[in-house]
Design a protein around this ligand. Structure first.
Ligand code: FAD
Length: 380
């Protein structure tokens, strides 16, 4: 009975989200875009979602959440992504920082950060990667040294999405020297206010010229003891726990969905012959990915840690995102890729093409994920 009630609730929720999005589109509050969860920054839209209760939906009521289940969140999120809505401002706070605060944060940290996250008023970035340390995170060199009254941070982080818009960042740093035999020990997470002394955020431009990610220089920033997220030395375990959420959601196969929708419209208009098979093949893959991602969301909600399945969703989903662009270009010859294109299809195509190099890299490269998949299969 409960399962049926949940499905009905989710159907009603989907209708509500679609109504909200239609109303937003009706007044042209924003244009749909590809890769909206990283490129579509609109704090006012985030606030409007917060008013509806659609950020931090799964968080406890005491912090402003709705205590909804993971599948209700999945429903809202997939509708927002399918519409190409500008969700980037709050994306990381909703998806992983909020859950990390709930899992590892102190009561003080939760009370300080969760209510403004839920309202869509506080945006976090996440800084793990370093100039020589992306895939091999355990070799992070940013150092946090204990000093009187707290911690002093030194080091450089790179590729930090949205740090120029965020007020806070979760930083992974080494709190004790690296040991070759225990490489994953001695790492810790810190909550860093990005306006603190000794913190500098520098832009890195995408090849399209867009400012999306950043370098962060930590030059002697001093944080009090309350800035440690979770336990000192447990950073690796905490980060890898977060990555399961990061890898398996619908953002791993819907980044180019607005282009697919616009392409179908374009094909209807131009009547390109023989395109049905190509579109049908893409939709069949998309549907399979959606079932897989939904299954992972269900298992996460049940308290499981489906690492293998999450890695599969990311590997297959991000390849789908890239390959779908090529398949659509084959049936709708595009000519030049033009970010200033005046028609919607041309603009979405340019966004998809110019963002596509990052699809298989962010959140752990597909090669690394295949290593995880191989190891998990061996264990099972
Ligand atoms: C759009 C975008 C947004 C990002 N946002 C963030 C963010 O907000 N915060 C953050 O911390 N980071 C972020 N990143 C960084 C991302 O996590 C790293 O780029 C990624 O983990 C890869 O690290 P790297 O760039 O150092 O590449 P490297 O680790 O140097 O890898 C280079 C190549 O070698 C391959 N390779 C490396 N090791 C192995 C191995 N053991 N086996 C097989 N192949 C291997 C990789 O697959 C890759 O193809 C972002 C990246 C992108 C593209």
């Amino acid at each position: 009975l409960t399962a049926t009630a949940n499905v009905l609730d989710r159907d009603a929720l989907r209708v509500e989200v679609r109504g909200f999005l239609a109303e937003e589109r009706g007044r042209r509050a924003w244009e749909p875009r590809c890769d909206c969860w990283l490129g579509g920054y609109d704090p006012d839209f985030s606030r409007r979602l917060g008013e509806r209760g659609w950020i931090g939906m799964t968080f406890p009521r005491v912090y402003g959440g709705a205590e909804a289940d993971g599948l209700a969140r999945f429903t809202v999120v997939e509708e927002l992504l399918a519409a190409g809505a500008p969700v980037a401002a709050h994306w990381l706070s909703d998806r992983q920082v909020g859950p990390a605060l709930l899992r590892y944060g102190s009561e003080e940290q939760r009370r300080e950060h969760l209510p403004p996250i839920v309202r869509g008023e506080r945006f976090f970035a996440v800084a793990m990667s370093e100039p020589d340390t992306g895939s091999d995170l355990a070799s992070a060199r940013t150092r946090a040294a204990e000093v009187a009254g707290g911690w002093r941070l030194e080091g450089t982080k790179i590729w930090v999405s949205g740090a120029h818009h965020a007020s806070h960042c979760v930083v992974l740093a080494r709190t004790s020297p690296r040991r070759e035999d225990r490489r994953h020990d001695g790492l810790s997470q810190f909550i860093v206010p990005l306006d603190a002394d000794g913190v500098e955020v520098r832009p890195i431009r995408l090849l399209s010229g867009e400012h999306h990610f950043n370098e962060i220089i930590l030059d002697g920033a001093v944080l009090d003891h309350g800035a440690v997220l979770g336990r000192v030395g447990e950073g690796w375990r905490q980060v890898t726990g977060e990555l399961v959420y990061e890898r398996s959601g619908p953002e791993r196969f819907l980044s180019t969905f607005p282009l697919l929708v616009a392409s179908v419209g374009e094909l209807r208009r131009t009547g390109a012959a023989g395109s049905e098979a190509a579109i049908g093949a893409l939709l069949a893959r998309l549907w399979t990915l959606r079932q897989m991602s939904g299954d992972v969301a269900e298992r996460l909600a049940a308290g499981e840690e489906p690492n293998l399945e999450a890695a599969l969703v990311k590997d297959m989903g991000t390849r789908f995102e890239g390959e779908s662009i090529e398949a659509l270009r084959a049936v709708l010859p595009s000519g030049e890729v033009d970010p200033d294109s005046e028609d919607e299809w041309g603009r979405l195509l340019a966004e998809a093409v110019l963002h596509s190099p990052g699809f298989t890299l962010r959140g752990g490269t597909n090669e690394i994920l295949r290593g995880i998949i191989a190891r998990e299969i061996e264990v099972r």
